[in-house]
Write a new protein. Sequence first.
Length: 217
Amino acid sequence: MAKKLKKGYFVRGEFVAEGSARDLELKVELKGTDEQSRTDLKRESDELQKLGEALLTLRADPLARLRLSDKLVDAIADAKRITNFEGKRRQMQFIGKLMRQLEPDTVQQIRAALDQQTNGSAAEALALHQAELWRDRLLSDEDATGLWLTQHPEADSQQLRALIRQARKDAVPEKPGAAPRHGHAYREIFQIVRDGLAARPEFDRAAPAFSIIREAS
């Protein structure tokens, strides 16, 4: 009587019988690989969904430069108009579906545009804060004018000193206890400082130093 053949399969030249310990081991490994793949796909899908939500915050000009499909652009515009919670949720799911159809280069461009908008806004806020610190110090500290002109020799020293004198006069309250006034000279000094810092960013750190001096005085 012929011997009954075992059912099984070959893996890299090795015969693996069905139901054997090796068979169970390989199936566990395969299942683990499948689970990991599904996890990776779910994580990638979630990230693209969040990226699509972030697209709603992107300003019009950088959004137009991305050259997205009309369907995605329209979907973003519709999502901004929808106020109903369930309607918004469904629309964002649709946007997530469209995001998963994008090429990797387009996804990277979207990330870069969002990053530039976020970091650019932070840098602009910091620059305005530094200009305000310099302006205030120029008006309150006699030595500050000399330091500014040393670091920014291109500045018109006569104009700057005249503006500072005028701004100090304008700041004197008309009546005791009244708030100081800020006229044209005050605003002009801020603009001069702002332009100077933009042209010579290597001196930006001097402004925060001034704030420390002021707090200690």
